[in-house]
Design a protein around this ligand. Structure first.
Ligand SMILES: Nc1ncnc2c1ncn2[C@@H]1O[C@H](COP(=O)(O)OP(=O)(O)OP(=O)(O)O)[C@@H](O)[C@H]1O
Length: 306
């Protein structure tokens, strides 16, 4: 497989409250054409920043990002983004939400409708096209958001914790759905997650980031074969071995991220945003699907990451 995406010495520095904050440093790695790459790292290490740069929503301070050998200079239809929050238009039905981007692209009405139906079908929502967002569950809304991104037919799908707000069962079924879509469409997918289990289950490779400034610590091959054809893969000892390897790589980084948080607390430099659940835990519960807990047990899929 050849490189679809190439990060070459990418760095990003923010100015915040008169201080310079280095969010990413010397990010150099490739995503292969048609690959599903999962990216994990401690909270605040720059995962979303990296995805924003690739989406063309902001520009790197140093280095460059290439897609198909051409530098990214802004957003493009070749890259579809799915965020944790579905961002559907509440006054439009599911079908009209999927059609929305196609309208802007100038696709004729009939083709728009056909394409929207096709992609709603692909994400398991046939028959729900006339529902408004408030009539849909969280999982269904996220399916609509995925259908909307797919309808553009981007080569690359960038996903920033798209299932983090969903309950465990819905998340599992959407993971399988996404894998089936990926197998069928051969898109290149970069998937950010806090869940080690999710990363191992979805990724052909898993990239592990360091604490801030984020760098790529290691990229691990996960040669587990087709997930959708293997029953109960998560119980497989090989699966557990990869999960443990990643957890071990992350453990030190999470400790460093916590130390950064405490330093920020102590010196009052909270302008550097805090690691999420640690910071929020004091004022409100962590977001659903995230929980602390560093023990490497069978249900520690989110341990060590955020
Ligand atoms: N626009 C901005 N201005 C200043 N600092 C920023 C900005 N965006 C991000 N940062 C800082 O850059 C660092 C990386 O943030 P980013 O959101 O990319 O991390 P993350 O790994 O995605 O975090 P999380 O896992 O909590 O979502 C953080 O310290 C954050 O506070």
């Amino acid at each position: 497989m050849t490189a679809k995406i190439s990060f070459q010495g990418v760095g990003k520095t923010f100015s915040s409250r008169g201080r310079q904050l280095s969010a990413l440093e010397d990010i150099t790695f490739e995503v292969r054409r048609g690959e599903f790459l999962a990216l994990v790292g401690p909270s605040g290490c720059g995962k979303s920043t990296l995805l924003d740069l690739l989406a063309g929503l902001s520009a790197p301070t140093t280095g460059e990002i290439l897609v198909d050998g051409a530098p990214v200079t802004g957003p493009g239809l070749d890259r579809g983004v799915v965020f944790q929050q579905y961002a559907l238009l509440p006054w439009r039905t599911a079908q009209a939400n999927v059609e929305f981007g196609l309208e802007a692209k100038g696709v004729a009405r009939r083709e728009r409708a056909d394409r929207a139906r096709h992609f709603l079908d692909l994400v398991g929502l046939s028959g729900f096209g006339d529902r408004y967002p408030h009539e849909l569950s969280g999982g269904m809304k996220q399916r609509v958001a995925i259908a909307r991104s797919l309808a553009f037919d981007p080569d690359v799908l960038l996903m920033d914790e798209p299932f983090a707000a969903l309950d465990a069962q819905t998340r599992d079924s959407l993971q399988d759905e996404l894998l089936r879509i990926w197998e069928r469409t051969n898109k290149t997918i970069l998937f950010i997650t806090h869940g080690i289990d999710e990363a191992v289950y979805l990724g052909q490779r898993v990239a592990v980031m360091t604490s801030r400034p984020g760098r790529i610590k290691k990229i691990i091959d996960i040669p587990l074969g087709s997930r959708t054809e293997t029953e109960d893969l998560r119980s497989d000892p090989t699966f557990a071995r990869y999960r443990h390897e990643i957890w071990t790589l992350l453990r030190d980084e999470v400790v460093k991220a916590q130390a950064q948080e405490h330093a920020a607390d102590h010196w009052g430099t909270a302008g550097e945003r805090r690691p999420r659940w640690h910071g929020l835990a004091r004022s409100r519960p962590p977001r659903r699907g995230r929980r602390p807990g560093p023990a490497p047990t069978s249900d520690h899929q989110e341990a060590g990451v955020d």
